[in-house]
Design a protein around this ligand. Structure first.
Ligand code: NAD
Ligand code: MG
Length: 390
């Protein structure tokens, strides 16, 4: 039996992971499940999967979690420290599917106890890529990409020599506003941004798809994951969302990964790695689909892409600053305190102010410095948006 844990179990990726686990319950011993405020879901899954422990991120919800788990034999815990402790419990495979920089500490803890880490939480790579990879190496664990584009690149690279790679293309659907006239973007609402043409995902990543902040994070994630020169990484808009990434080699070949927009493919690939086992995803009818189309990813429409290139250039802790500023700007957009296009303005201004103010960007990439950069960037973004901290 493989021992597994799922952090962010109640979210979109977490629930897709549980869907796969439930199809073969005899194969897995579930160590820990974590969630946020959806205690009913967390408790139901913890009972059904006979988890050792269920952890909610919100300490005020611990009594409710305890009540719902009464008599089940599942331990209940709450808060950030409990999350990290649960991630330190021995497990063979850990899914990192919390949204945001909050996913970094439990992910590192899982790697420290030697687990293979299935990484959906792209923010970990953006904030602290070198630290994540170095922690995996030091403890003999692997980091397996779950983001569909990175799973696609990973699969295209199997058996290949990295020195033969000429370019890596990650695709983007273009999100909710890809066909909107530029001048209309100023009126975009969070509700409109949260509807995705092809993928069914959490609210935050769906809005990040409309602004291309998701693809911006993924550009940085590609660089960190595969140690690829930023100049070799391209973004293409591909409205059908069937080709997730392409890798170009020095003989002119392009290896494309084609699959339905169903995250259970990338999750299942990481779950069964290094084997390839059957998965319950749709088989594509290429004739019915007829064609795949591509467009340029315009950096005027999507300034987040330009900012990601600046971050890759600057290196150091600028990824942590970029991500934290983006999280605050997204919070403010969801709360209707700023407009859609202001998100990129806030992030750009935060990057400029933090880079000019402190030597932090060049500091060593360890957890303390990443958290310090994250905190400073959130404060700075809030100042820019004139939102005082609660
Ligand atoms: P989601 O919002 O559906 O779920 C997020 C999970 O994290 C929930 O369990 C929530 O309770 C928990 N959570 C939220 N804030 C937390 C905090 N501060 N501390 C602890 N737990 C917290 O998100 P999602 O769409 O499943 O995305 C999860 C991660 O996977 C993100 O990093 C996202 O970018 C990445 N990802 C998602 C998809 C997708 O298809 N949904 C695809 C690729 C990558
Ligand atoms: Mg992706």
């Amino acid at each position: 039996m493989r021992r597994i844990s799922i952090f962010g179990a109640t979210g979109s990726i977490g629930q897709n992971t549980i869907d796969l686990i439930k199809r073969d319950p005899e194969a897995y011993h579930v160590v820990a499940l974590s969630g946020g405020r959806n205690i009913a879901q967390l408790a139901e899954d913890a009972r059904a999967l006979k988890a050792e422990i269920a952890v909610t991120a919100d300490p005020s919800l611990l009594p409710e979690l305890r009540e719902r788990l009464a008599g089940s034999g599942v331990e209940a815990a709450a808060g950030e420290t409990a999350l990290v402790e649960a991630a330190h419990r021995p497990a063979d495979w850990v899914m990192s599917a919390i949204v945001g920089a909050a996913g970094l500490p439990p992910g590192l803890a899982a790697l420290e106890q030697g687990a293979s880490l299935a990484l959906a939480n792209k923010e970990s790579m953006v904030c602290a890529g070198p630290l994540v990879m170095q922690t995996a190496r030091a403890h003999g664990g692997a980091v397996l990409p779950v983001d569909s584009e990175h799973s696609a690149v990973f699969q295209a690279l199997i058996g290949e020599d990295l020195s033969a790679v000429e370019r890596v293309i990650i695709t983007a659907s273009g999100g909710a506003f890809r066909d909107w006239p530029l001048e209309k973007l100023a009126t975009a609402t969070p509700e409109q941004a949260a509807t995705h043409p092809n993928w069914d995902m959490g609210q935050r990543i769906t809005i990040d798809s409309a602004s291309m902040f998701n693809k911006a994070l993924e550009l940085i994630e590609t660089k960190e994951f595969f140690d690829i020169d930023p100049g070799l990484i391209e973004v293409l808009v591909h409205p059908e969302s069937m080709i997730h990434a392409l890798v170009g080699f020095n003989d002119g070949a392009l290896m494309a990964h084609v699959g339905p927009p169903d995250m259970r493919h990338a999750i299942g690939f990481a779950l069964h790695h290094p084997r390839r086992l059957a998965l319950p995803v749709e088989r594509l009818d290429l004739v019915k689909m007829g064609q795949f189309t591509f467009r340029e990813a315009c950096e005027i429409r999507w300034p987040a892409l330009r900012l990601a290139r600046e971050v890759m250039q600057a290196g150091g802790l600028s990824g942590a600053v970029f991500n934290a500023a983006k999280e605050r700007a997204l919070d403010a957009f969801i709360a209707k305190r700023i407009g859609f296009q202001q998100m990129a303005e806030v992030v750009e201004e935060t990057l400029q102010r933090v880079s000019a103010q402190s030597g932090l960007i060049a500091a060593r990439i360890d957890l303390d410095n990443v958290l310090a950069a994250d905190h400073l960037a959130r404060r700075t973004a809030d100042e820019i948006m004139k939102i005082s901290e609660r």
